[in-house]
Write a protein that binds this ligand. Structure first.
Ligand SMILES: C[S@@+](CC[C@H](N)C(=O)[O-])C[C@H]1O[C@@H](n2cnc3c(N)ncnc32)[C@H](O)[C@@H]1O
Length: 241
């Protein structure tokens, strides 16, 4: 009998709305033999899992992989390597495995880090990454505003260090998206304002999820502490096409 070969699927399940998972993601989830979901060491809840759950057969085992929420690089590397080894042990048994993450699997995703280690430590295993709809695509749709048009360019950046990524650009892009904006919302709003070219700036929290909130005035967002699932979209053009 032919030996089963393990395969890893990295699946982006979309940003929150359960209808924004792709047909491909749903089909793969329906036939894998094991599902891993990422969670923080501080909180065992996985939003990605709640989205994927209806597509995972009851008998398919689901396991959590805990990632520390820390700025300590060596602690993070340790977790990525350990989780990659856990996945590789299952791949060696010939299993089809899914690793699910929120939004797109290749956009600011733990999957990217774990994948790097799986590739390094066990390059013989095939990997298939399934893209998902990103949070900022969902946000633009939710605001009914195009992200980019014609010759426009778009900056997608982390806001974990505030607004400096935008300040550092001599030529400001037509559109800018800050993910991971929650801790530095005040500085990001200030950088958008200082740029002096953005006629439209909105914040969205929990896009497509329960508790979705749209802030068409980002100052209003600064006055409260937005939660982790918050992004900022600013555009030189007006919001409406
Ligand atoms: C680690 S990144 C993950 C990005 C994700 N892989 C994607 O494709 O959008 C987490 C950040 O994405 C943004 N985010 C993800 N889902 C969101 C949602 N439903 N509403 C608003 N922001 C969201 C927030 O800025 C959050 O801090």
């Amino acid at each position: 009998m032919e030996k089963k070969v393990g395969i890893l699927y990295g699946i982006g399940v979309g940003p929150g709305d359960p209808e924004l998972i792709t047909l491909k993601a749903a089909r793969v989830l329906n036939r894998v033999e094991l599902v891993y979901a990422a969670a923080s060491t501080k909180n065992s809840y996985s939003l990605a899992l709640s989205i994927a759950k209806p597509h995972i057969p009851d008998l398919t085992p689901v396991k959590m992989l805990y990632f520390p929420m820390t700025r300590n690089q060596s602690e993070k590397e340790k977790a990525w390597a350990a989780h990659a080894k856990t996945i590789i042990r299952e791949l060696e048994k010939g299993k089809k495995i899914a690793f699910i993450t929120l939004g797109d699997s290749m956009t600011y995703s733990t999957y990217g880090y774990v994948l790097k280690y799986v590739r390094e430590l066990a390059p013989r295993f095939p990997v298939l990454s399934v893209p998902g709809i990103t949070s900022y695509q969902a946000a633009a749709a939710c605001l009914n505003t195009p992200l980019v048009e014609g010759e426009d360019s778009l900056l997608v950046t982390s806001g974990a260090k505030g607004g400096d990524r935008l300040r550092g650009l001599d030529e400001k892009p037509e559109s800018v998206v800050f993910l991971k904006a929650y801790r530095n919302i005040g500085d990001i709003a200030a950088a958008v304002r200082e740029a002096g070219v953005y006629r439209f700036a909105a914040g969205i929290s929990n896009c497509g999820q329960a508790g979705e909130k749209i802030y068409r005035d980002i100052q209003a967002l600064c006055d409260r502490r937005p939660d982790y699932w918050t992004l900022i979209l600013a555009k030189k053009n007006d919001a409406t096409p």
